[in-house]
Design a protein. Structure first.
Length: 313
């Protein structure tokens, strides 16, 4: 199996938003990238996305060999994968499709390459089930967009070898990602489940008439949100415990928090609630398009990550 310093050629299977973002990131890290996708206009859309992402990537410090000229598009998947050292798959989230696709990827790639899926919900047990070499298959789930957000969730299937997981973790870390290893497979992995847990309470509070959609967003983005961008919740509670740190927090503050936890609600996702949220979101967005909002967010997040790196966080 390819070692980290032997990975030179990265193949992207599926060039939608996630695949295109991955392609841009790998290019910025100096890899030769070959992409494949059967969709009409896939190549044009991919290159347009990479061009748009290049400005943001340039602020994060590119590899000396980084160049958009190192991107190749090959519509025939078998040819695209023939020399791949590492594959990042981003196909549709359908178990039957994903299983068949991975079997084809397994057949088309060199036997020592690593096959990673960006799947957000399908377990690797399912994805690798038809592969002849399932031991080299692993989930490498990014947080959107991959060319900006560092997180990658890594989890194997029952037939994935420990070596593959270790190689994937080391590879993602070596290219500037922040991989975390999941020791159990769960629907939605981890980060999306954390998002879902928070949004569940947001919806409950809105439905109960506690606050508006806009103020719920303010409560997060101007409250714990900026702090979470620096340290995660557990380390934040270490600070919240004062001089006594996490031990003081667990002994004296966890009790009241446990009471709040028991009072968390379960929203009834009605058409009315959906409409309320949609109207609130569109009011906040104003005349800005989704693309404009995404660009604004990426600009701020890139600045935050750059500041973190400067202070060693």
């Amino acid at each position: 199996m390819a070692k980290n310093n032997e990975i030179r050629n990265v193949a992207i299977v599926g060039t939608g938003v996630i695949g295109a973002s991955w392609a841009a990131y790998y290019l910025s890290r100096g890899f030769k990238v070959v992409a494949t996708d059967p969709a009409p206009n896939a190549e044009a859309n991919l290159r347009k996305y990479v061009d748009a992402a290049w400005t943001a990537l340039s602020k994060n410090g590119m590899a000396p060999s980084a160049s958009r000229d190192r991107l190749t598009f090959e519509p025939k998947m078998a040819q695209a994968l023939a020399k791949a050292d590492f594959v990042q798959e981003n196909g549709p989230e359908r178990p039957d499709f994903k299983t068949k696709l991975f079997a084809e990827i397994d057949d088309a790639t060199p036997p020592d390459s690593i096959l990673a899926s960006s799947s957000s919900g399908i377990t690797m047990d399912v994805i690798q089930s038809a592969c002849k070499r399932p031991e080299r298959c692993v989930i490498g789930h990014p947080f959107n967009p991959p060319h900006v957000i560092p997180l990658v969730e890594v989890v194997g299937g029952a037939k994935t070898s420990p070596q593959t997981i270790e190689k994937a973790m080391a590879f993602y870390s070596s290219i500037g990602k922040k991989p975390i290893r999941l020791f159990k497979a769960l629907p939605g992995h981890v980060a999306n489940r954390l998002q879902a847990a928070l949004y569940k309470e947001v919806l409950y509070l809105i439905q109960q008439g506690v606050l508006s959609v806009a103020d719920a967003d303010v409560a997060v983005s101007y409250g714990p949100g900026p702090r979470w961008g620096v340290m995660g919740p557990s380390l934040q509670w270490h600070l919240g415990g004062g001089p006594g740190g996490i031990h003081h927090f667990m002994e004296h503050i966890m009790g009241p928090m446990e009471t709040w936890m028991k009072a968390l609600g379960n929203p009834d996702i009605t058409p009315e609630l959906k409409q309320t949220v949609a109207e609130g979101v569109l009011q906040m967005a104003g005349n800005r398009s989704v693309e404009q909002l995404a660009a604004e967010e990426n600009e701020i997040v890139t600045g935050l990550l750059t500041s973190r790196a400067k202070v060693g966080l």
